[in-house]
Design a protein around this ligand. Structure first.
Ligand SMILES: Cc1ncc(COP(=O)(O)O)c(C=O)c1O
Length: 429
């Protein structure tokens, strides 16, 4: 088999093996998942739901989807599950459409406080077609429940999102429930980032408190790209029609044919997540994050760390991401609460441990990795973002050239590659 693409896949495999993948929303899936995801199931069209398809030839596909739905229901202890959403964003769109009419008020954590785009961010469908109200974190970087309660009373949302994408603390679902009940809102947990932690008991489950849950399947759950929507007993009681509403939002509301290869791969991820070894995995993710955070001078109660770089200088997130990449460590630049620089050139980085933990790394390895990260960050001292906006582009171009030639970063990259290469990656070796 030859194609330029296979050469490029090999190049990417080397990057994944000899680097440290620390973007907290990423992971390495098992060989079984890779196989199902790359299978002939991609050939089939099956618009509709099991037993109710628009196309013929779906006997086997029906069995696959029913099996996947049943695994999801059992693993989470919920009465209904939907597994056709192409990814997390369309799952969130489907839930919003199922719960709200256009123009209704939707509340979610602000993007700048660690929320997700689909929870009411500017330019996203959630603020274009709905009236979005954002709550925020306070000076301690934790969700400000006083503000959240006041906003809910004032705006009477139909839906409140509880879910985060750059938030290192545990979520208190009980407090959210109280506020949702106060105003009669549907409470929806978007657990995308922490589903693996919830399954392993390293984070409280939202099931007793919320009406609906959405989750991507490709983050801490360690499955293929995709998403699930789960309805709790409580959600079903609150709205007995909700199942049909979610189905109609998925199709014809948003999507056409489901990605059956993806559904099958989700089933394997759910099988794997049902094993005792997965519990250990989830607990280890959190232990690793706590050690890494401590070594970097901050805290994490989850799988991720939001690291402020203000002690190194002004607006250094982009420079840090690039310098770390030059050293074989992949993270992403991120705003910090009360961002002092700019959303495009922010003051922090976001990093996490799910992928490293899949490779078998433990606490002592986190100490080593923190050492490399700190050495890299020393190299960006003095590379502060210019305060004048018009100077930034040229400045960052020069910074990249400088960092690319930096001999200390080249040395760290060698050490990182020698270390990372010892930990196998599923599907790569
Ligand atoms: C909390 C949360 N919800 C939803 C999503 C969207 O998922 P996707 O990128 O698969 O659309 C993300 C992705 O980062 C997320 O962090």
């Amino acid at each position: 088999m030859s194609s330029k693409i296979f050469d490029l896949i090999q190049e990417e495999a080397d990057r994944q093996k000899y680097g440290l993948e620390m973007i907290p929303s990423e992971n390495y899936v098992s060989e079984k998942i890779l196989k199902a995801n790359g299978s002939i199931l991609t050939n089939k069209y099956s618009e509709g739901f099991p037993g109710r398809r628009y196309y013929g030839g779906n006997e086997v596909i029906d069995k696959i989807e029913v099996y996947t739905v049943n695994l999801a229901k059992k693993l989470f202890g919920v009465p209904a599950a939907f597994v056709q959403s192409y990814s997390g964003s369309p799952a969130n769109m489907a839930v919003t459409m199922a719960v709200c009419e256009p123009g209704d008020v939707v509340m979610g954590l602000a993007l700048s406080s660690g929320g997700h785009l689909t929870h009411g961010a500017n330019l996203n469908f959630s603020s274009i077609f709905y009236k979005a109200v954002n709550y925020k974190v306070g000076d301690d970087w934790k969700i400000d429940f006083t503000e959240l309660g006041a906003l809910a009373k004032k705006h009477k949302p139909k839906l409140i999102w509880v879910g985060t994408t750059a938030y290192p603390f545990k979520l208190d679902y009980k407090k959210f429930r109280k506020i949702a009940d106060m105003v009669g809102a549907a409470l929806v947990a978007d657990c995308s980032h922490i589903t693996g932690l919830i399954i392993s008991g390293a984070h409280e489950s939202p099931v007793p408190y919320v009406d609906i849950i959405t989750t991507t399947t490709h983050k801490t759950l360690r499955g293929p790209r995709g998403a699930m929507i789960l309805v709790t007993d409580r959600g079903l009681k609150k709205d007995p029609e909700i199942k049909g509403k979610i189905e109609r939002a998925i199709i014809p509301g948003i999507q056409g044919g489901p990605h059956n290869h993806q559904t099958a791969a989700i089933a394997i991820a759910l099988e794997e997540a049902s094993l005792p070894s997965f519990k250990k995995y989830g607990v280890q993710i959190a232990k690793n994050a706590a050690v890494l955070a401590k070594e970097l001078g901050t805290v994490s109660e989850t799988h991720l760390i939001l690291l402020s770089l203000t002690k190194y200088g002004y607006g250094l997130g982009y420079q840090a991401q690039y310098a770390l990449e030059e050293a074989g460590i992949t993270v992403n630049k991120n705003t910090i609460p009360g961002e002092p620089a700019s959303p495009f050139y922010p003051s922090g980085v976001r990093l996490g441990t799910p992928a490293l933990t899949t490779r078998g790394m433990k606490e002592k390895d986190m100490v080593k990795i923190a050492g490399w990260i700190k050495r890299v960050l020393e190299e960006i001292r003095g590379l502060d973002l210019p305060k004048e906006q018009e100077k930034r582009k040229d400045f960052l171009k020069e910074v990249k050239i400088k960092l690319h030639q930096n001999q200390n970063l080249k040395q760290i990259k060698k050490e990182v590659a020698a270390f990372a290469g010892k930990f196998p990656v599923p599907g790569i070796g």
